[in-house]
Design a protein around this ligand. Sequence first.
Ligand code: GTB
Length: 217
Amino acid sequence: MTITITAFERSPDGGMGLARDTRVRWALEEVGQPYQVRLVSFRAMKEPAHLAIHPFGQIPTYEEGDLALFETGAIVFHIAEQYAGLLPDDARARARAITWIFAALNTVEPPILDLVTARIVERDKPWYAERLPLVEDRIRARLDQLSVRLRDADWLDGAFSAGDLMMVSVLLRLRPSGILDKFPTLAAYVARGEARPAYKRAFAAQLAVNTAKPSTA
Ligand code: GTB
């Protein structure tokens, strides 16, 4: 069955791979499933056709036959459940890998998003400079804890899993801030994720979209 995902027609990051379609592309590349991409503009995302699939008018979405999903956590989990390669067979190891998907999205990503949001929409507020160190401290506290857990392991719990895919994707959003570089254990972990052939294919695919010359037709 054909899999179709949605992605930005033009990502604001110009192809750095930080928009969330990259993690879905990466999951599909890891499990070896071909997929099509429907590119959407910011305006199209808020129109009824897209809202019927994504109630919040965002990307990415995932369509497979009559199944339509939104939310990268749900999409990556679905891919990992459906196709071999992203979750261990052992039930307990599988539950732990799923725990890391949730940890990435619910515990590590929120303070990172707070920083991203602050830098974009709070920059001109009089309290911005005072608040920023607090936001960064909350990120550092999480990264300290994650470093302690990872220690010298390659991945969070045994073999690479959807939990690592999500955690690396979340940590990558820190790259423009420079904070990740202060955590060598995590910087190396992210680099291992980026070195995976499946990640490279996903990154290249989104880059091609975001660096393509606009059609003159
Ligand atoms: N919780 C949802 C999920 O995980 O799927 C969040 C989805 C989401 O935030 N989508 C964003 C979106 O559609 C794109 S990824 N935004 C448009 C809108 O809300 O109108 C977030 C994102 C956007 C831009 C960059 N960037 O330029 O660096 C990085 C990440």
